[in-house]
Design a protein around this ligand. Structure first.
Ligand SMILES: Cc1cc2nc3c(=O)[nH]c(=O)nc-3n(C[C@H](O)[C@H](O)[C@H](O)COP(=O)(O)O)c2cc1C
Length: 358
């Protein structure tokens, strides 16, 4: 079986030293304008020093109209480049691959944060404060440009990888969705049309950052805010994205030990491995806390695992596992989390994740 601590080649000479990634984690520690703060850089650098082979940033907005959280990291303007450069340098110097998760919130962008009414594939009303309009063709064209320009900024800043956030019911996932996307014409309806935006974005990013490893994160099926997502459709989309130049498919599973909902006897990792063949890299995330749970995913066909909550509580999870040291488990005290490099603000945000903060 593949060794968790063996190197993983992502693209050309870009190779992660092991198969343990930090999952993208919104932490709201950036400055108000989206520039990277020292607190955010420290949180990520600590995980690079703790042995993670690849460090993914939080969801990072590519345009003001896609910003979803206060303190969200931005890659939407050239003014962000110095902060991104500092972050990329710290991650690289600690021996890890830096990857920015490029994000547009679509209908889940927050008008109170961005100052702009959100838009999506179709209009959408969740409550009084979440009312999105149907995007125009100009909005769609601009979003493609925004992703491409943000990727170019990340390349310029010294990152070695880009991850497109195509999961969890945000803009790219909204277009893929049979529920959120009720458009007719070129951008809605048949899967080929609903997949057009994520494919166009992928091709544009491939062009604007040709040498970077390109990862796309997908929700294989419905979970939480990801709605109208079908497993077989996601497999087809993943195949198309590989044709479009993606190097790694990142499956956001939430509960990696579980089989798929659509086919209860089939595990998602094995399903995507079968559909994508042997050459496409697959990384999976979802409640992986132990070495055994990580190795189980490699045995099912994953090339790497991405850790979220276990990495928040254990900045040095890879080093601990390599040294057979115990892994701290949630619920965590605020003191423990602050010792792991989190600001009080981030600890406060984690309060919404059930059972995480003591
Ligand atoms: C605090 C927090 C913030 C998150 N932020 C993001 C994000 O910005 N982008 C994303 O794709 N997923 C995000 N996720 C999901 C994680 O990347 C991961 O897929 C999920 O938490 C399941 O893995 P885990 O059980 O190891 O945490 C977040 C999860 C948590 C707990």
């Amino acid at each position: 079986m593949t060794d968790l601590f063996s190197p993983l080649s992502l693209r050309g000479s870009i190779t992660a030293k092991n198969r343990i990634w930090l999952a993208p984690l919104t932490n709201m520690q950036s400055h108000e304008d989206g520039s990277c703060s020292e607190a955010e850089a420290r949180f990520l650098r600590m995980r690079a020093e703790g042995g993670f082979g690849l460090i993914t940033t939080c969801a990072t907005f590519v345009a003001q109209d896609g910003k979803a959280w206060p303190g969200e990291l931005g890659a939407h303007s050239d003014a962000m480049i110095p902060g991104l450069k500092n972050l990329a340098t710290q991650i690289r110097e600690a021996g890890s691959i830096g990857s920015v998760q490029l994000f547009h919130g679509g209908l889940r962008a927050d008008a109170q944060v961005s100052g702009i009414q959100p838009w999506s594939a179709s209009d959408y009303t969740e409550n009084e404060t979440l009312v999105a309009r149907e995007g125009s063709l100009a909005d769609i064209d601009q979003a493609i440009i925004d992703f491409a320009q943000a990727a170019a900024r990340c390349a310029h800043a010294g990152f070695e990888a880009i991850e497109l956030h195509g999961a969890h019911g945000y803009l790219l996932s909204q277009f893929l969705s049979q529920t959120y996307n009720r458009r007719e014409g070129a951008w809605g309806g048949a899967l080929a049309h609903r997949a057009r935006l994520i494919r166009e974005v992928t091709r544009a990013v491939r062009k604007s950052a040709p040498n970077l490893a390109l990862i796309v994160r997908l929700s294989p099926e419905d979970f939480g805010q990801a709605k109208g997502i079908d497993l077989d459709e996601t497999a087809q989309v993943a195949k198309w994205l590989v044709e479009d130049g993606v190097d790694v498919i990142h499956l956001s599973l939430w509960r990696a030990a579980h089989n798929t909902t659509k086919y209860p006897d089939v595990h998602p990792t094995a399903f995507f491995r079968k559909h994508l063949g042997d050459t496409t890299k697959i990384v999976v995330a979802g409640a992986i806390w132990t070495r055994e749970e990580a190795e189980a995913q490699l045995a099912l066909g994953a090339d790497a695992v991405a850790l979220g909550r276990s990495a928040i509580g254990n900045h040095d999870w890879p080093k601990r596992v390599a040294g057979n040291e115990p892994i701290a488990r949630a619920p965590f005290t605020s003191e423990h989390l602050e010792g792991e490099g989190l600001t009080k603000g981030f600890v406060g945000y984690l309060g919404k994740w059930k059972g995480f903060v003591a």
